[in-house]
Design a protein. Structure first.
Length: 186
């Protein structure tokens, strides 16, 4: 098990145990390489949305797509993401001077109508914003650094990832916040 100190910060990275529940006890919408989502009040948006795209580095360079039918959709996720689309954990969090082999990148779900982006779909609450996160290996990110706190157990492959943005800091977690729903935001 590798462990790396983030300079003077209290965060550590280490390989995580594959037997851990990927969302800290919450059921994940990810089953293998498939994600099936039903949007809260999603049927009421059926005339506004006809496709959902999972995007990574660039909104124009989408990873996968699905038709949007009565507020639901299923996306087949790629088994792996090309290394050129991934950032090292140290660069991802903007912390220089550490070495870790784990690489990751987040992906967002955007809603389209007739090929034009009309909104986004996310899992969260008013305080928490969730997205999909790809990691090239198991990694556990815990502790505090740069006005942020981390409580994340990512397994190799696709994970759910949540960010709570506060005025002067951020909190990252892989456990879904209480009351989280799939939300369409125009």
């Amino acid at each position: 098990m590798a462990s790396v100190s983030l300079l003077a910060a209290a965060a550590t990275l280490c390989a995580c145990d594959k037997d851990e529940n990927e969302n800290g006890g919450d059921a994940s919408p990810i089953s293998g390489n498939t994600i099936t989502i039903t949007v809260e009040d999603g049927a009421s948006y059926a005339d506004q949305v006809d496709e959902v795209r999972l995007t990574g580095i660039s909104d124009d360079d989408y990873i996968a797509s699905s038709s949007y039918t009565n507020g639901s959709f299923t996306i087949n996720l790629p088994a792996s993401v090309d290394d050129k689309h991934l950032s090292s954990v140290s660069l991802y969090f903007g912390i220089a001077g550490i070495s870790a082999s784990a690489k990751m990148n987040d992906a967002h779900l955007y809603a389209y109508k007739s090929g034009k982006q009309v909104g986004r779909i996310y899992h969260g609450t008013q305080e928490w914003d969730g997205m999909l996160e790809y990691a090239n290996e198991d990694v556990n990110i815990t502790g505090s650094s740069n006005k942020s706190t981390y409580s994340c157990n990512l397994k190799k492959g696709w994970n759910m990832w949540y960010v709570k943005r506060m005025e002067t800091s951020r909190e990252y977690a892989t456990k879904a916040p209480s009351g989280a729903k799939w939300i369409y935001e125009p």
